[in-house]
Design a protein around this ligand. Structure first.
Ligand code: ZN
Length: 814
């Protein structure tokens, strides 16, 4: 799974004993017991009804009894689904009890150990919107939003629309057979068996998943889609999109065969399934790695959006594809080891881009993960392997990258190959991965697993250096300052933070006498320790702590400006460069620091470094920063130009204004133009007015320009701009939300306009207005606002709004 916003895991935390986290994960306390083994399910669905969010379902289950005298079998099945009958072999009716979210089927006679059990559940499937299935009706006139229904899958989605075993442990094969009107395509897992026309303008589409997989990967999409085909070796690839997106699909998905080839080569395990489909749907959470049939959000980049390296191609496609190995072929045994799925899937795109575009692009990918992890950890410090861990994506990726640096690529990929082949079509927990490393390399990395996977936090280093010129020796004092708060979380386990992390570290020292740097390798293993480095030829001119950035860490190391400038100029590793840039960026009165940043902004060999240096120049005096920023807005990379435009917006002045306005007018990148508009609105609300109006009318990928304009209106509203906001209220929801924000601030014009939208011809505009009012206004103000409008509000809108509100309340509780 890859979320476009935040991760919400929807299983209630279990009551946990006062066991250590590692013990609990290893002992499988999080793995649900059940006394059968699912072998196969044949899922037949028909009569989808978009008005009542319902369908008819028949699911035939074949399972193996895992205990002597098995007299009943329990499946997970939402209480919303209404069971009509359960029948055994030969059609004999079986007794059943359907309470809460479980279906208990009483078998005709007790089954023996390893006997096969078969029964068929016939039911009326009714769902709450977005719980299990998502129904979207056609809204006449609304672009890019055809009628459709699709499943959400994930950690708890599928028992909400089919009776099955919800946990990841029990793998099975399945068939999915759906009968729908012929104008809809049906996409599901595995191989297409048949697609037959039947009476009534319908067709029956039969898919078969013939290798075992976990049931949370069962998927269904029904929508009017077109299919583009492609191929990797002998595996058919399918890209399903709305007809109007046909021209955008191949540039986006065309990277897939090469990614499959690269992942196959890295892991030594060829893509393990019958086909690979990628299907875009409306309002999706982001991406879901349903086996052989990934579902994705319908944000296809246009040609211009590739100037900004779209997230969709850079991260989302390689993430979900990686899951076909990590997650789908080898699946976490339970959700406490979820990082084995998500950490690996988040790790792999960086490997792909590293192979294709080199080391800097690889570093660049993980710097982004690093920033996300540090923010997440600051909110709540949790280990990777624990139930509902908040950092399985970024920390998982970073820990795996650290492991790869520790082992080197040959040993790392050999271990991954063992992990994948040994557990193929099965499940694994965190210790299975450690075992694979042990078998491939002979290294028992218990210490690594203990501190990085079963415990929380990361080393926060405070380093200081002293040079003894008489002895030609440098002494580094290294302290670890992270604290273990020793507080149990109220929801269960106490997460420990190691007070002393263990890690090998490489220190690189450059000296004034020139010649090769001195490289010192030391072992970190104490809260506080000193390393003496002898044999320097002269005064140090640069000291790099953790030369290849092999440790996930924070670093506090106060250094003379020339050391930092040297490091920035000479360093290969992007994290180390970025660290040096940050130190230099805070020395805004230091001309040497300014010179180093100016040089990096203009001449560094990688755009992230140039962008970062340009960004930090914002704190320096205008005459120091401007020459470099003037050059940076002409950089070939849009992220450098964007960063320069943002810095110019902060610096201000006549020249900054001129440059930023030119970027708004002429830059080909959406992101740069959006940043330029924001900068202009900040520098001169009056002078930017015309540009803001134009921005409101300018289409761009994911509305970045329109959104920048909307935010500019919120910062400096006037009546003309508010009318302009209202003009685009039908195009995207943020404009309506902005009207509600203004209404909440007491703006009468905005209040009148948003009330008027409650009676709009277009159903989605009415829905956005109602939602924006309930979201942005306090309830009393909303009521006052709605008093005169209420008779005009349509019944169906109220129903939809109430159900959305309940949905939100429920998910915020989980
Ligand atoms: Zn994922």
């Amino acid at each position: 799974m890859r979320l476009r916003t935040i991760l919400v895991l929807t299983l209630a935390p279990a009551t946990l004993a006062a066991q250590s986290n590692a013990e609990r994960v290893l002992s499988g306390a999080y793995t649900w017991s059940h006394d059968y083994d699912l072998l196969h399910q044949r899922i037949e669905l028909r009569k989808f009804d978009w008005d009542s969010l319902a369908f008819d379902g028949t699911v035939k289950t074949t399972a193996l009894s895992l205990r002597p005298g098995l007299d009943s079998l329990i499946l997970d099945m939402s209480k919303w689904l209404q069971v009509r009958s359960v029948t055994g072999t030969g059609g004999a009716k079986l007794d059943f009890v359907h309470t809460s979210d479980s279906l208990v089927v009483r078998l005709a006679r007790p089954a023996g150990f390893r006997d096969t059990v078969r029964f068929t559940v016939d039911y009326y499937g009714k769902v709450e919107q977005g719980r299990g299935l998502y129904f979207f009706k056609e809204e006449p006139g609304r672009p890019h939003r055809p009628q459709q229904v699709y499943s959400g899958g994930g950690t708890d989605g599928n028992p909400r629309w089919i009776p099955t075993f919800g946990g990841p442990t029990d793998k099975e094969t399945w068939e999915l057979i759906a009968t729908v009107p012929t104008r809809y395509t049906v996409v599901s897992n595995g191989r297409l068996v048949s697609d037959r026309r039947v009476a009534g303008g319908l067709h029956t589409v039969h898919w078969s998943q013939e290798r075992p997989a976990s049931t949370y990967l069962i998927s269904l999409v029904v929508a009017p889609l077109v299919k583009l085909t492609d191929r990797w070796r002998k595996v058919p690839l399918e890209y399903y999109i709305y007809p109007e997106d046909s021209a955008l699909a191949r540039p986006l998905f065309g990277v897939t065969p090469d990614m499959m080839e690269t992942y196959t080569r890295l892991t030594g395990v060829p893509y393990p399934w019958a086909k690979y489909a990628q299907t875009t749907v409306a309002d999706f959470i982001g991406g879901m790695e349903n086996v052989t049939a990934t579902t994705l959000v319908d944000w296809l980049p246009d040609r211009r959006a590739y100037l900004d390296r779209p997230w969709f191609q850079h991260s989302l496609i390689p993430h979900e594809l990686a899951h076909q190995w990590f997650g789908d072929l080898v699946t976490t045994e339970n959700w406490a080891n979820y990082w084995l799925n998500e950490g690996m899937a988040e790790f792999m795109p960086g490997q792909y881009w590293g192979v294709k575009q080199g080391r800097h692009v690889e570093d660049d990918y993980y710097i982004d993960e690093y920033r996300k992890y540090i923010q997440t950890d600051a909110r709540k410090r949790m280990p990777l392997a624990t139930y509902n861990s908040n950092n399985v994506y970024p920390k998982g990726a970073l820990v795996l990258q650290m492991l790869k640096k520790l082992l080197g690529p040959e040993r790392f990929w050999s271990a991954m190959n063992r992990y994948l082949t040994r557990n193929a079509y099965g499940t694994a927990n965190s210790d299975d991965l450690r075992q694979a490393v042990l078998d491939a390399t002979g290294l028992n990395l218990g210490w690594f697993w203990s501190q990085w996977i079963y415990q929380a936090g990361y080393p926060q280093f405070a380093v200081s250096a002293t040079y003894d010129s008489a002895a030609s020796a440098l002494t580094l004092t290294v302290k670890q300052t992270q604290v273990d708060t020793a507080k149990a979380d109220s929801t269960g386990p106490r997460f420990t933070v190691p007070l002393a992390f263990t890690a090998p570290v490489t220190i690189r020292v450059g000296t004034a006498q020139g010649g090769a740097d001195v490289i010192a390798r030391r072992q970190i293993d104490r809260r506080e320790q000193s390393f003496r480095i002898d044999g320097l030829r002269g005064q140090p001119t640069m000291v790099v702590f953790d030369d290849d950035n092999s440790i996930l860490k924070s670093l506090d190391f106060n250094q003379p400006t020339p050391w930092l400038a040297n490091q920035l100029a000479r360093e290969e590793d992007l994290w180390n460069r970025d660290w040096a840039i940050q130190q230099l960026g805070q020395r805004t009165a230091d001309t040497l620091a300014a010179a180093a940043l100016r040089r990096a902004a203009q001449t560094a060999d990688y755009d992230l470094t140039r962008a970062s240096a340009a960004g930090w120049l914002r704190g320096f005096p205008a005459d120091v920063a401007l020459p470099a920023l003037r050059a940076a807005v002409r950089d070939t990379s849009s992220r450098v130009r964007e960063s320069a435009v943002q810095a110019l917006g902060a610096i201000g002045g006549r020249e900054a204004w001129t440059i930023v306005r030119a970027a708004w007018k002429d830059d080909p990148s959406y992101e740069v133009r959006a940043a330029a508009l924001t900068a202009m609105a900040h520098l001169s609300p009056e002078g930017s007015r015309e540009a803001v109006v134009l921005g409101l009318r300018t289409p761009s990928y994911r509305d970045v320009i329109q959104n920048a304009a909307i935010i500019a209106v919120l910062q400096h509203p006037d009546s003309g701009l508010i009318s302009e906001l209202d003009r685009i209220a039908g195009q995207q929801p943020l404009a309506t939300i902005a009207l509600a924000v203004l209404a909440a601030r007491g703006d009468k014009q905005a209040a009148d306009l948003i009330v008027k939208r409650l009676d709009d011809e277009r159903s989605w505009v009415r829905a956005w207005a109602l939602e924006a009012i309930s979201r942005e206004l306090d309830p009393d103000d909303a009521l006052t606002l709605l008093r005169d409008a209420l008779p005009k509000v349509r019944r169906e809108d109220v129903r939809a709004a109430i159900s959305a509100a309940i949905d939100k309340a429920v998910s915020s509780k989980q």
